[in-house]
Design a protein around this ligand. Sequence first.
Ligand code: FMN
Length: 370
Amino acid sequence: MNLLHALEQPFRYKSLHLKNRFVMSPMTRYSAPMGIPTDDVAAYYRRRAEGGVGLIITEGLGIDRTASRAISTVPNFYGEEPLGAWKRILDGVQLAGATMAPQFWHVGGVPDFNFPDEPPAALESPSGLIGPNVAGGRLMTEEDVADVISSYCRAAADARRLGFNAAEIHAAHGYLVDQFFWSETNRRNGRYGGATLRERARFGADIYRAMRSAVGDDFVLMMRISQWKTGFYNVRMASTPSELEGWLEPLVDAGVDIFDCSQRRFWEPEFEGSDLNFAGWVKKLTGQPTITVGSVGLDRDLFADVEQGGESHPHLASLRELSRRYERGDFDLVAMGRVLLADPEWLNKVRTDRCDELIPYSSKVLETLF
Ligand SMILES: Cc1cc2nc3c(=O)[nH]c(=O)nc-3n(C[C@H](O)[C@H](O)[C@H](O)COP(=O)(O)O)c2cc1C
């Protein structure tokens, strides 16, 4: 029996047409020397497309702004060679029956914790902070902010020109856009600061307004958001539905189509008094489609993996819970991360009742791109 049968329905939103509700979550692989993804990267994504997901969101990609990347093997999404490579990767994924959306990533002031010995990159951030009294990045001027917005716009326009139907900004996990959202990292006065989440959402909103006018109405603009931040896993910026609404409303008005709601464990309720998860609340409050994510099919979350090492094992009961929430209408799409790193055939195995063949996840799978 296919435990995920309910999610086999097609999804259509504007020009984005998916054959099912399964998404590969964005995952950085540091496999692009000088920012140019190799043929191995193309084969890696194509293999996941053959594995049956409807949509692949790429790993975080640098935009045309030097400070957007902390590490030079993170792929770029600007310049002739990287864009040519992404076009070929998209073609391969489409031939295998899936589609793909690039994820645009500006790290803000956050150095890469995977490479503690790398010389520090020249980074930038809203207030020179990456956590409560934790310094990181040079304080951005208004001109820097305007330039970054233009870089996102060029990236979105290039995505459309290359034939993608959707693109996502990484506005989660404590990186640049999230640094503007969070009061601890945004101490600015003026247009991009403010005492409320609604005010601090203005930078994100201005990016989407500008991108929308660059790509037109039919192109799908997604935004990844989270309460938690890298290194500050228990932070909750919105502690009530009303604060969450204040955060999201200006973003929807500015043109966000789909919210990719990053959570560590998808079954956890976001607020007291309801079992709705983060994606469930975002959908309820905005009426926009949402993606849920977080430990789908696994018995441990990402940070338990990092902190404890060892293996995370298949957890099939959570798949029944996932289907139950989907059928109730809590969210539209489901993203999977580590299960697809460990096993490109994960979905096909679940579909065909071969769960005893699922491969456990451990950080060892990151050592090669297969
Ligand atoms: C190796 C690795 C790299 C990741 N890189 C990114 C990234 O570039 N952008 C992003 O938004 N999330 C990134 N994430 C988070 C995943 O997209 C996902 O939200 C997280 O792993 C939880 O899903 P899972 O429990 O199914 O693995 C990464 C996760 C892993 C394991």
